[in-house]
Ligand binder design. Structure first.
Ligand SMILES: [Zn+2]
Length: 469
């Protein structure tokens, strides 16, 4: 009997016997309070297609399932809802910029596998890509770097660009039509070289800072002792809030070295005045100032897991775990916090398939064994960083099918998980990607042999080490 090939695999499928031709004209959709917000029941039989959804969003999800069923499909009843509330992908448009048109293709693909969050990484050391009308210099001065040298990927000549408010709104609207929330990321207090280039007075030394041309962790970060720092941050955030309606705003907080703060009289004075025991606690204090600002506007913050190091960060934040040996994110979740899993070793889609094969991504369990209450893990997210990716084709090659595997985990984390079956279904699903204009990596590259994995991983890291020396 013909089975249905859908990604993510629906949680419950009842085959009713026989086949039916899908006629979109004979589609009846009803919204019902008896179902959860993202839950739907889809029946396709001789009488046509009936959809019952917990909301318009759920009806949209049922239609995505329907699109994958094809024109002729077995008669089925599908009862389905997601395993996680947050099912996201993260796009880095700092290291390399991707056009609004190409970004829309990623959004189409995400919607087709029922993802509901686009995390947009817009500011970093190598460029500031948000145009802020209150602080135009941030983008006008901070968006351009003199060249690009990411080791394996070098490009001479200036590289720059930023998104206008209209362009960002265009993405927000495009996402909203597909029930995707855009969470913008304004990464502070570290990864701020581009912002400091525009506002050198906000660095602890007050000296000129270049927009960085290569990747790394840089010591010049925003001065937490200078009141003007928060003025600028709040102004830019005010513009961000006008563009992005999302309840959650990502404020970064990763990889913020404390060397400058240790030597800065203003930062030291702040610590004394606020009774903060060390520089890590100063970062906690800084983060909390921003969290409080967001609260006054009815918003909340997402932070990378390093933000938890101080132990004083407001419990209302959601932590995005990417690399967390001490499992502070797990402790945070067990204390009642919310956590998103973006594990580096499984979900970072910019690393070679040799290092992170598709099966490894697919089989990863995003709920750590030490998590007491599963519901504290609100979701999964696949990031793609773009130091080594300068074309949309390359981006798609790295992202697909891995991001789709994360989408499936987000939807059916405990039921129906089967890597071999997923890979088989992906072949059928790639027709949808092709229509969108996305070419995934070919199957022979998904799961390299152990030998290939070792050699590729070694050559990758040799490249990284050459770059850093
Ligand atoms: Zn300082």
């Amino acid at each position: 009997m013909k089975r249905i090939d859908v990604i993510p695999m629906p949680n419950k499928i009842t085959y009713l016997g026989g086949e039916t031709k899908i006629n979109p004209e004979k589609l009846a959709a009803t919204v019902s309070d008896s179902l959860e917000q993202e839950e739907y029941v889809l029946t396709a039989d001789k009488n046509g297609v009936q959809i019952l959804g917990g909301s318009e969003k759920a009806v949209f999800y049922a239609k995505q399932t329907l699109l994958q069923l094809g024109e002729v499909c077995p008669c089925v009843k599908i009862e389905d809802k997601p395993a996680f509330a947050h099912r996201g992908f993260m796009l880095d448009t700092v290291r390399h910029i991707f056009s609004v048109e190409d970004t829309k293709k990623l959004i189409d693909a995400a919607a087709s596998v029922k993802m509901n969050v686009m995390h947009w990484h817009l500011t970093d050391d190598q460029g500031f890509r948000i145009y802020s009308s209150r602080r135009p210099d941030a983008a006008l001065k901070g968006s351009v770097r003199k060249s690009s040298d990411f080791g394996r990927l070098k490009e001479s000549g200036e590289y720059g660009g930023y998104f206008t408010a209209d362009e960002m709104k265009e993405i927000v609207d495009y996402c909203a039509e597909r029930y995707i929330t855009v969470i913008p990321e304004f990464d502070i207090p570290g990864h701020s070289s581009a912002l400091l280039h525009a506002f050198p007075q906000l660095s602890c030394k007050g000296e000129e800072v270049e927009v960085k041309t290569s990747q790394g962790i840089y010591e010049d970060i925003l001065c937490a002792g200078n009141d003007e720092t928060l003025d600028v941050v709040f102004d830019i955030l005010s513009d961000i809030l006008e563009i992005f309606p999302s309840e959650y705003i990502h404020i970064g907080g990763d990889e913020a070295p404390k060397a400058r703060w240790k030597e800065c009289p203003h930062c030291q004075e702040r610590m004394k005045k606020e009774g903060l025991k060390d520089e890590e606690t100063l970062q906690g204090w800084f983060t909390n100032q921003v969290v409080e600002f967001l609260k006054t506007k009815g918003r909340k913050a997402v932070v990378w897991n390093e933000s938890l190091k101080s132990g004083v960060v407001d419990g209302s934040v959601t932590v995005q775990m990417w690399m967390d040996k001490k499992k502070l994110s797990v402790d945070f979740a067990n204390d009642g916090g919310r956590m998103i899993n973006s594990d580096f070793f499984h979900y970072y889609c910019d690393y070679p398939y040799g290092m992170t094969p598709l099966i490894k991504t697919y089989n990863y369990n995003p709920v750590d064994k030490k998590i007491k209450d599963k519901s504290s893990v609100i979701g999964v997210e696949a990031p793609i960083w773009t130091e080594y990716i300068n074309s949309f084709e390359h981006l798609c090659h790295m992202f697909f099918p891995r991001v789709t595997a994360v989408a499936e985990t987000g939807w059916t984390y405990e039921t129906n998980k089967n890597a071999a079956d997923f890979q088989r279904r992906f072949m059928a699903y790639s027709d949808i990607l092709k229509k969108i204009g996305i070419i995934p990596a070919p199957p022979e590259e998904w799961n390299p042999s152990l030998f290939d994995r070792l050699t590729k991983t070694v050559s990758f890291f040799t490249g990284v080490m050459k770059r850093n020396n």
